[in-house]
Design a protein around this ligand. Structure first.
Ligand code: BEZ
Length: 212
């Protein structure tokens, strides 16, 4: 199934390393990050899961629950977790789905047969509290993801969900943002008390509204 931005993230029930999870119920009112890994006991995946565990405080701060998917079985995941903890110097603190029947992988189109017949590619779905898909990313198995970039994107998604702004190229939390084209200057004066600079009628820059 092709999933697009704005679609409801498909619900499922799955066995994980932290027990059975019903996805929507488990998400509750949180944001979610569902991300797939090609296989257990592989080098890039080991570093990615370790990095996610190391950044768990950052995901928590943003109210994002993290859930990994791999098509290997639960015993394999549990053995692999020991290696991740040992080699990446972390405590694994989020669940990994044991998707041996590929139910979740197929539901989220995580297997791209022309890239690999058997294993999932590296996909990321960021899901909002309304259960809608806010972002999708697809990387090949050979390229590990940048988890600071995922946190940056989450910052942008959360800011732009609640304020009439968008974030420019390479933006990071705390930097200036641009005012949404749908807001006219009169409305912008009320909404952005810190003021804004009109570089062009369509390019208006203002300090990030929710920081001091
Ligand atoms: C890895 O996680 O290291 C990996 C997995 C599949 C293909 C290539 C690399």
């Amino acid at each position: 199934m092709t999933l697009r931005l704005g679609d409801i993230a498909p619900d499922f029930t799955a066995e994980t390393t932290m027990g059975t999870i019903n996805f929507h119920e488990w998400l509750g009112n949180s944001w979610g990050m569902l991300f797939s890994h090609p296989a257990d006991f592989t080098p890039v995946c080991t570093t990615e899961l370790g990095r996610t565990a190391a950044l768990s405080g950052e995901f928590q701060k943003r109210n994002v629950k993290v859930l990994a998917v791999s098509v290997d079985p639960i015993d394999s995941h549990n053995d692999w977790i020991k290696d991740i903890e040992e080699t990446q110097n972390v405590k694994m603190n989020f669940p990994i789905i044991a998707d041996s029947d590929r139910k979740v992988a197929e539901l989220y189109d995580m297997i791209h047969p022309n890239a690999d017949e058997k294993f999932t590619v590296r996909t990321v779905f960021i899901i909002g509290p309304d259960k809608k898909i806010k972002l999708t990313l697809t990387y090949p198995p050979s390229t590990g993801r940048n988890f600071l970039e995922l946190l940056r994107v989450i910052d942008s998604l959360q800011l732009t969900a609640y304020h009439s702004v968008a974030t420019p190229a390479d933006w990071k939390h705390g930097e200036d943002v641009v005012i949404s084209p749908s807001i006219d200057n009169e409305t912008a004066k009320g909404k952005f008390p810190k003021g804004f600079k009109e570089v062009k009628p369509y390019l208006r820059i203002t300090p990030q509204p929710d920081v001091e």
